[in-house]
Design a protein around this ligand. Structure first.
Ligand code: INI
Length: 154
């Protein structure tokens, strides 16, 4: 029989870093709220969560790296909202954040979760940060716990 690994989103004893961007804070605050609520609901204790606010999504990777390097951080959740405007800025910021976050994860061997919304409109981003319905901050919390658990098994 093959050995099968499957992570479970359990939070007991887990230590988490969260990096969130101030840009579009009326959206990112909702992602942070959904994320923290899910983490605590699954057993992560408040004292084991570190939350850092950065100016924009482009600044997320460097702070995620510093957190991910800490012995007492098992994984990092990155939250932001990059909304397409009329310029190239969207692509540069979105790609910088996505590639930087992936690099941090591979460089540290810890899960660094991409919870950065990239949408055409503010309305689309708002709808993905609902307190009760679709909330990508909550999804990011679940993914982080699942990956931490999975990596502890593999
Ligand atoms: N940062 C975001 O997080 N979301 C955006 O939509 C955005 N736009 O559209 O420009 C944005 N720009 C700021 C960027 O992340 C940096 O903070 C800035 O360029 C300074 O490095």
């Amino acid at each position: 029989m093959a050995k099968i690994y499957e992570g479970k989103s359990v939070g007991k004893g887990v230590k988490i870093g969260v990096v969130a961007s101030q840009f579009n804070k009326f959206i990112t605050q909702r992602l942070v709220d959904g994320c923290l609520k899910e983490l605590q609901g699954r057993g992560v204790v408040k004292n084991d969560i570190r939350l850092a606010w950065v100016p924009g999504a482009y600044e997320i990777p460097i702070v995620a790296l510093k957190l991910a390097k800490k012995k007492n951080v098992d994984g990092v959740i990155c939250l932001g909202a990059v909304v397409r405007g009329e310029t190239m800025h969207f692509d540069l910021v979105a790609r910088g954040a996505a590639e930087g976050i992936a690099q941090v994860s591979l460089a540290t061997g810890k899960p660094v979760i991409f919870g950065v919304l990239t949408t055409d409109t503010v309305d689309q981003a708002y709808k993905r940060s609902e307190p009760k319905g679709d909330n990508k901050g909550r999804d990011a919390a679940l993914a982080a716990l699942e990956m931490i658990n999975l990596l502890s098994q593999v």
